[in-house]
Design a binder for this molecule. Structure first.
Ligand code: F6P
Length: 342
């Protein structure tokens, strides 16, 4: 054997997680003759010693399955324990020499802190939100985008029959990648994302002009993370782990647009539909590339790094680069979507 690698999935799940796990196990066992220990339920399993060995047979048939065979949680050793001390026993008992951490920005920040305390860590960028810095894409985004685009297409035909305005709310906690790409791919007539301040009077004027010019419906894509209309409360329940539970801002926006335009306005919130089900081919391939690259880095002795895709090449970036900001949609891309709001 040439080493023991741990692997865990933490934070919200994401299509393609199983592709990454499969690639980690396949690359480690078949290519490097190394051993893999799967940590169950994210950081919670690492704190409580819940692990299991993973071999090639354990990961057969999972490539096309959504979710994660390891389970995940939003527990954090720095919030629910005392940092490295709360995971040290599991690391030592399993002889884990390097930990592959598959997660979004919060998980990667925790991984960075642990690596600063001495744990050898390689990160893999995971989120449907596509907002992790230093990588062109995260896996899961493409799957969520294809679901959101199909929803826009479907909503458009029913909107057309009723001369309605339809708001399609998609995920995107702080950034509007899914919303912007779905708006471009679905030919939406309006787009609200956290990166760009919106004015309901301006949007209503554009929509009214559309309908005056003979269009019989309008679809507006709304990212869940946009602020509610001026004067309305931000009212997000807090979950068991202290995270704001987003979703539903479109219900605050819809009556405002209806009263300004005079057109009946309806809302569809896609929610977790975007995270469930089988990953697209793109996400399976990206997840496989990420998983294999992470193993190569871990077994070559690298730590405090994250695998990333830049200009279609697998690269390794410092974990600090990935954690220092959240990547948003730039003005050009928003402008491209807005070209067609007429
Ligand atoms: O961060 C990814 C994400 O999908 C966000 O877009 C969304 O707000 C959040 O996860 C939902 O998480 P949960 O599964 O805890 O509801």
């Amino acid at each position: 054997m040439s080493g023991v690698i741990g692997v865990l999935t933490a934070g919200g799940d994401c299509p393609g997680l199983n592709a990454v796990i499969r690639a980690v196990v396949g690359r480690a066992t078949e290519h490097h003759d190394a051993e893999v220990v799967g940590v169950q339920n994210g950081w919670e399993g690492l704190m409580n010693g819940r692990t299991r060995p993973l071999d090639r047979d354990d990961v057969r048939g999972i490539l096309s399955r959504g979710g994660t065979i390891l389970g995940t949680s939003r527990m954090d050793p720095y919030v629910h324990g005392d940092g490295y001390e709360s995971v040290r026993r599991t690391i030592e008992r399993n002889g884990i020499e390097s930990l592959i951490v598959i997660g979004g920005d919060g998980t990667l920040r925790t991984a960075l802190k642990l690596s600063e305390e001495g744990l050898s860590v390689v990160g893999v960028p995971k989120t449907i939100d596509n907002d992790i810095a230093a990588t062109d894409y995260t896996f899961g985004f493409d799957t969520a985008l294809s679901i959101a685009t199909e929803a826009v297409d479907r909503i458009a035909t029913t909107a057309e029959s009723h001369n309605r305005i339809m708001l399609v709310e998609v995920m995107g906690r702080t950034k509007g990648w899914i919303a912007t790409y779905a708006a471009i791919a679905g030919g939406a007539d309006g787009l609200l994302i956290p990166e760009v301040a919106y004015d309901l009077d301006d949007i209503a004027a554009v929509l009214k002009r559309r309908h005056r010019q003979g269009r019989t419906y309008s679809v507006v894509v709304v990212a869940e993370g946009v602020a509610p209309p001026a004067g309305m409360p931000v009212d997000h329940p807090i979950d068991a782990f202290g995270f704001e539970r987003l979703g539903g801002v479109a219900y605050q926006i819809a009556p405002e647009l209806e009263s300004r335009t005079g057109f009946e306005t309806r809302v569809t919130v896609l929610g977790h539909l975007q995270r469930g089900g089988t990953p697209t081919a793109f996400d399976r391939v990206l997840g496989t590339r990420f998983g294999a690259a992470a193993v190569d880095l871990a077994l070559a002795g690298h730590s405090q790094v994250m695998v990333a895709v830049q200009s279609d090449k697998m690269v390794s970036v410092p974990l600090t680069d990935a954690c220092q900001s959240i990547r948003g949609v730039d003005e050009d891309l928003y402008g491209l979507a807005a070209t067609f709001f007429n």
